[in-house]
Design a protein around this ligand. Structure first.
Ligand SMILES: *[C@@H]1O[C@H](CO)[C@@H](O)[C@H](O)[C@H]1NC(C)=O
Ligand SMILES: *[C@@H]1O[C@H](CO)[C@@H](O)[C@H](O)[C@H]1NC(C)=O
Ligand SMILES: *[C@@H]1O[C@H](CO)[C@@H](O)[C@H](O)[C@H]1NC(C)=O
Ligand SMILES: *[C@@H]1O[C@H](CO)[C@@H](O)[C@H](O)[C@H]1NC(C)=O
Ligand SMILES: *[C@@H]1O[C@H](CO)[C@@H](O)[C@H](O)[C@H]1NC(C)=O
Ligand SMILES: *[C@@H]1O[C@H](CO)[C@@H](O)[C@H](O)[C@H]1NC(C)=O
Length: 269
């Protein structure tokens, strides 16, 4: 009889202790080695619930972390495999552990697109590629040295469709696209890392093959440009005061298009 009561008591106690719902949607949001563990409270979780996170690694004893919000910044060693679970506590009740998630920083962190800069060199274009900065807490100085990535350079004439681009592969951070016809070309860089597939392509960037020529015409245009600027500014002031007096300028009227364009051309050599 006593035994039955004891079992009943233990069962009841257990159900009280686990009546709090376990956290759900546990995930790691990780970019450039900045890792944030996130989760959602199970339905019906009371406010004021705190969460204990267990973080384990094969060769180490479990680490216990605490959060009173639904996220936690993680500081991890880059090459190890981690297992993480979240458990809710409220007053004296506790939830079951959440589903366990597995995370290896250098394999799973998302790497932002490379930065691409272009400069025309006559019948060629120099493409410079730089990887994003890793999170300082990772201890990694440079993602290029860390990962030894391959870059796929997609390139095309500006007039052609992205689907119709050519592609070259390089390990270098600087690459020269040679033997080009004169004109405008566009380049996009895809970063490939053997152990990490979470990379993104850069946006397309475009430039002309010969900036020298633009520059020469630019200098020749300097005098013309200055004169033009004075004329434009004068005309602008007149038209602005005209608009003002005719009541068109309610304080936030859009600036005439010619204004910004001309200024840009003048400042752009
Ligand atoms: C878990 O994530 C799904 C999908 O984002 C969402 O619909 C659901 O509401 C989340 N659960 C909770 C308890 O927030
Ligand atoms: C939760 O974690 C903290 C340490 O981070 C620990 O002191 C506390 O005992 C843990 N709570 C439970 C119920 O395990
Ligand atoms: C959450 O914890 C932090 C420190 O761990 C503490 O400063 C803060 O007051 C706590 N917030 C609540 C709502 O308990
Ligand atoms: C915490 O638990 C104790 C005992 O189970 C109960 O008396 C108390 O009302 C609870 N407090 C809250 C805030 O739920
Ligand atoms: C590309 O890199 C080279 C050498 O590092 C440098 O001389 C050149 O100015 C860079 N070009 C651009 C467009 O950043
Ligand atoms: C790519 O260009 C070639 C000619 O250079 C053309 O035949 C082909 O249809 C183009 N493909 C696409 C997808 O535009």
């Amino acid at each position: 009889m006593n035994c039955v009561l004891l079992i009943l008591y233990v069962t009841l106690l257990h159900s009280v202790l686990t009546s709090l719902p376990a956290p759900v949607n546990v995930s790691i949001d990780s970019h450039n080695f900045y890792h944030v563990l996130r989760w959602d409270p199970g339905p019906g979780t009371p406010p004021g619930t705190v969460y204990n996170i267990t973080q384990s690694r094969d060769d180490e004893k479990e680490e216990l972390l605490t959060s009173n919000t639904t996220s936690l910044d993680l500081l991890l060693d880059n090459m190890y495999e981690y297992h993480l679970t979240v458990q809710a506590f409220y007053n004296l009740t506790q939830s079951k552990k959440s589903k366990e998630i597995t995370f290896i920083p250098s394999v799973h962190t998302h790497i932002d697109p490379a930065e691409v800069s272009l400069s025309g060199c006559g019948n060629c274009i120099q493409v410079n590629i730089s990887m994003p900065e890793p999170y300082w807490g990772s201890g990694i100085q440079d993602l290029y040295d860390y990962y030894d990535p391959t870059f796929k350079l997609f390139w095309r004439k500006a007039t052609k469709k992205p689907l119709n681009s050519s592609v070259v592969e390089t390990h270098d951070k600087s690459y020269i696209l040679g033997n080009l016809e004169r004109g405008e070309y566009c380049v996009k860089v895809v970063t490939e890392i053997r152990i990490n597939r979470n990379t993104k392509a850069s946006a397309w960037k475009c430039t002309f093959t010969s900036p020298e020529e633009e520059q020469n015409t630019g200098f020749a245009a300097l005098g013309v440009g200055l004169t033009l600027m004075i004329v434009v500014v004068g005309a602008l002031m007149i038209s602005l005061s005209f608009l003002y007096y005719t009541g068109f300028l309610g304080g936030s009227a859009p600036r005439p298009h010619t204004d910004s364009r001309n200024n840009k051309d003048i400042l752009d050599f």
